[in-house]
Write a protein that binds this ligand. Structure first.
Ligand code: GLN
Length: 538
């Protein structure tokens, strides 16, 4: 193995949503399974500094890293596949690039020069790409470039790739172009022309794709592969088919069959060995051969767009495999839930998860749902806003504090059982200012969580401004809702449980960000286990 880091760029052509993130993660998995230290980085061409300020309807879930970066959801795939934490350096946006260049300009660092896209913006991009490589922690850095080739926004990134390929040499930096080979029903044929055009567009910027990964609904024939190779200037073996898969977790094996890792390593002049995917394949076997099934209601307000809850859905897949259970998720829109339809909406479920979220819309439905599962002893898992709703419901219906609320929803509430954290009170800017990233939490002995985690102190990732109001702690605990996890330094309540309930856990943090194929999150595993147990009592 050489010491210099090798770079792989993944660009996309023809259309968005082809799954560059999954291809990048699958390739990284195959490289990791051969002993290479691989990481993945996502470059996003939008002008937001990070996706933290984006509505989930725009861009899906905002994924949070240990170091508190609010990032693209593709980083979640990287962690789930590789089981290696990502960081701030793994996601860069145009907004961040420009901000950094403009800050340097204000500090006079450009010594009177005119600041331009080339070289200043492209230099900044090149620097960000190489930060991970220069850390010495990785043999291979895969950089996924968001958007589609030909977009105005992508141009500086493609230019940076061109320059880097030139500077580093072709055995140190290669380009994988992910494209679509559509099937035209009327003609009964797969069509290569869109791919030819997108490769040509890439070439207009001086970048020649080294490998083509072709998304397709049907097998690519030999003839099509040869044609693509000929027209797109790539080797025949570098035309890789990526056929639709029943689960994203099949993609590493599909890429292995197609030889993506082999062709990439050959071009990088690195050795190929048979990847060791034993644990991965054991997971797949369990995932595909469930012994029973459960139905879990996911209650949220962004349920029309499943990407909004990406990490939660994937955590259920991991936890299902561990339990050898098929987890069916029923999406329930909190805005349409009320005390009249709650029974018909929830009574058949084996468990209910109340999702994270912001703002007032849909919260009364979430509170009604918590009441129902609390009273009917249905396993309950509340995450972030879901945990806050559990505290509000308990305060209103058990403590009889009728207008108990979060000050996020009602600033003037008489009983602010959830209130703005002290540190948040002076903050006015929105981006990157929540309580973010990994924080410690001490678990109470004799609690569900201490049993589930099997340890007494944990680290979990956060993304919130509001918190359990400790002025109500004694009262709430005396009535049977226990604070079973506290931040050791601040005393902030991170976990609540109900004593008189088989499985009722609300967590202020986001366990879903840490669930991976290799390490399914213990809370999701235990929740699915509780749902399974409950399903047998019905
Ligand atoms: N809106 C709540 C807060 O800011 C919950 C946030 C969340 O669910 N991520 O505290």
């Amino acid at each position: 193995m050489t010491t210099a880091t090798k770079y792989i760029f993944v660009t996309g052509g023809v259309t968005s949503s082809l799954g560059k993130g999954i291809i990048a993660a699958s390739l990284a998995k195959l490289l990791q399974a051969q002993g290479y230290r691989a990481t993945i980085q996502k470059l996003d061409p939008y002008i937001n500094i990070d996706p933290g300020t984006l509505n989930p309807y725009e861009h899906g879930e905002c994924y949070v890293t240990d170091d508190g970066a609010e990032t693209d959801l593709d980083l979640g795939h990287y962690e789930r596949f590789l089981n290696v934490p990502t960081s701030q350096s793994n996601n860069v946006t145009t907004g961040r690039i420009y901000q950094s260049v403009i800050d340097k300009e204000r500090r006079g660092e450009f010594l009177g020069k005119t600041v331009q896209v080339i070289p200043h913006i492209t230099d900044e991009i090149k620097e960000r790409i190489q930060i991970l490589g220069k850390s010495g922690d990785y043999d291979i850095v895969i950089t996924e470039i968001g958007g589609t080739v030909g977009d105005i926004e992508s141009l500086p990134y493609i230019e940076a790739v061109r320059q880097l390929q030139w500077e580093l040499g072709e055995s140190n930096a290669i380009v994988i172009h992910l494209t679509l080979v559509p099937y035209l029903k009327a003609a009964g044929e797969l069509k290569t022309k869109p791919t030819q055009h997108s490769v040509k567009t890439l070439m207009e910027s001086g970048v020649q794709a080294n490998v083509l990964v072709c998304r397709t609904e049907y097998e690519l024939s030999d003839g099509i592969r040869t044609k693509l190779a000929r027209f797109c200037n790539v080797k025949r073996e570098a035309v890789i088919q990526s056929i639709d898969a029943s689960t994203i977790y099949d993609v590493p094996n599909l890429m292995l069959e197609e030889g993506l890792d082999k062709v990439v390593l050959k071009q990088l002049e690195l050795e190929w060995i048979q990847p060791k995917l034993t644990l991965w394949n054991e997971f797949l076997t369990r995932h595909k051969n469930p012994k029973s099934e459960v139905t879990i209601g996911l209650i949220g307000k962004y349920v029309e767009l499943q990407d909004s809850y990406k990490s939660i859905l994937e955590s259920f897949i991991h936890a299902g495999a561990t339990n050898e259970v098929k987890v069916n998720i029923e999406f329930i829109h909190s805005e349409y839930l009320n005390s009249e339809n709650i029974k018909t909406s929830l009574s058949h479920l084996d468990g209910v998860l109340v999702a994270p979220g912001f703002g007032e819309r849909g919260i009364e439905g979430k509170i009604d749902a918590v009441k129902y599962v609390r009273e009917h002893k249905i396993p309950f898992f509340g995450i972030c806003l879901g945990m806050q709703m559990a505290v509000i419901e308990f305060s209103r219906n058990v403590l009889k504090l009728a207008d108990a609320n979060s000050t996020e929803m009602d600033e003037g509430t008489e009983h602010p059982v959830i209130s703005l954290m002290e540190a948040q009170k002076t903050i006015t800017n929105k981006g990157g200012t929540m309580r973010l990233g990994a924080w410690a939490c001490k678990l109470e002995a004799d609690s569900i969580v201490s049993q589930v985690y099997g340890q007494d102190e944990i680290q979990e990732r956060h993304r919130h401004r509001y918190e359990f109001n400790n002025n109500y702690k004694a009262q709430i605990e005396a009535a049977g809702m226990k604070a079973t996890g506290l931040n050791p330094d601040t005393g902030l309540v991170e976990i609540v449980e109900l004593s008189e309930h088989p499985w009722f856990v609300g967590v202020q943090y986001h366990p879903e960000y840490k669930s991976t194929v290799a390490n399914p999150h213990p809370l999701f595993v235990a929740f699915v286990g509780a749902a399974l147990k409950y399903s047998k009592t019905k």
